[in-house]
Ligand binder design. Structure first.
Ligand code: 5GP
Length: 362
């Protein structure tokens, strides 16, 4: 586990509100409980339950959104989530979130995203590079700061990019609004669009126009795909040819062959798949087949808060479940650089980060 933590890692599938710290969630819920907005004991019970079906997970998200959706809280959880990933040596993350509207508190999708960006700007315990021009090829791994006793201490650096999620409950117009917002926010590090939300809700044809518009305007796309058995939708998603897909639990026959043929990178979230019963056990997880077929893969957390996991834990789990050693895990982490949505300059920097880790090891 220790080496999984110390090596650099790339996280490409993390939902902001799903990555909230348990302690923060409980604190916020307690506050709202005291104000009479919710019954804290009911909330506590739901948070502390460890095994949830996919349907129960979405009920939990509704509860989480009740306590997190105001600008100050969104900035706070953005800051904490990035600090947590940086602390376990995630050097590049694409953090995804669904821009939300809430008229009663004057929140628009844009002001929600501004709160996320404010959260990124407020981080000072680690170096956060999130603007497209925020690159430092001279010192890509970490920088130095001086503490109050004049000691020079290295600071971790994390490169952050944002993906805007379309929730499957949304209309075509809502989805289009999110895509247009993403295009306007490219200069603060938005690089792509995700389609997520309860997989038994909504139709592919509702989201397609907005996703197609995003693609035509140069945004990269990742889709939650095959979280439930729905071969027709999986086929339509593959025909769309997104840059990456998440999960891919319920692929069969031609769709499975096509996924491999198109070589679309898959974001693998082991704990999430097991906890939501999408996959019955790791011995039958599709990671093994894809890994052996040399298919592009990246190990991710999905919702580190909701599933009580971390990127390091997911690497450790993959290593033990599929019999992979340090060298293989390091290579897997490094291979993920190729599937990021940021530009080649960032890829070059990340390669330097991985090179310097190898040098440090020697
Ligand atoms: P947010 O977008 O509010 O920052 O993060 C939470 C949201 O991400 C959830 O409400 C849901 O729409 C989406 N999400 C989180 N985990 C999953 C997952 O495992 N599957 C799907 N389809 N959506 C998810």
């Amino acid at each position: 586990m220790e080496w999984c933590e110390s090596m650099p890692k790339v996280e490409l599938h993390a939902h902001l509100n799903g990555s909230i710290r348990d302690s923060t969630l409980l604190e916020l819920a307690k506050d709202l409980g005291e104000k009479g907005v919710l019954v804290f004991s009911d909330f506590e019970h739901v948070i502390l339950k460890s095994d949830r079906s996919l349907v129960e997970v979405f009920k939990l998200f509704d509860l989480i959104h009740m306590v997190t959706t105001d600008h100050t809280t969104i900035s706070r959880i953005t800051r904490e989530v990035i600090e947590d990933f940086a602390s376990e040596n995630v050097v590049y993350i694409e953090l995804r979130t669904t821009p939300k509207k809430n008229k009663s508190i004057g929140m628009s999708k844009r002001s929600y995203m501004e709160a996320v960006v404010d959260g990124l700007k407020s981080i000072n315990s680690v170096d956060v590079a999130f603007m497209p021009h925020d690159v430092d090829a001279q010192s890509p791994l970490n920088s130095m700061s001086i503490d109050n006793t004049c000691n020079v201490i290295p600071r971790k650096r994390i490169y952050v990019r944002l993906l805007l999620s379309i929730d499957r409950r949304e209309t075509t117009e809502d989805a289009m609004e999110t895509v247009k917002l993403a295009l306007e926010l490219k200069d603060v590090g938005v690089v792509g669009i995700d389609l997520s939300g309860n997989p038994i809700v909504g139709e592919w044809t509702t989201f397609w126009p907005a996703l197609q518009f995003a693609k035509e305007n140069g945004l990269a796309i990742t889709l939650h795909c095959g979280e439930v058995p729905n071969p027709k939708e999986i086929q339509a998603m593959l025909d769309f040819w997104p840059q990456r897909i998440g999960h891919a639990c319920f692929f069969e026959g031609d769709n499975w062959e096509k996924l491999k043929h198109l070589n679309i990178p898959v974001e693998i979230c082991l704990t999430s798949n097991i906890r939501t019963n999408s996959i019955s056990s790791l011995d039958v997880h599709h990671f093994d087949d894809l890994y052996k077929a040399n298919h592009p893969l990246v190990i991710c957390t999905d919702d580190s808060g909701v599933f009580s996991t971390s990127v390091s834990k997911e690497y450790s789990l993959a290593a033990s479940a599929f019999g992979l050693g340090k060298k293989e895990m390091f290579q897997l982490a490094r291979d993920a650089i190729e599937f990021i949505f940021a530009d080649n300059e960032i890829k070059k920097i990340l390669n330097q980060v991985f090179d310097s880790f190898v040098t440090n090891l020697a």
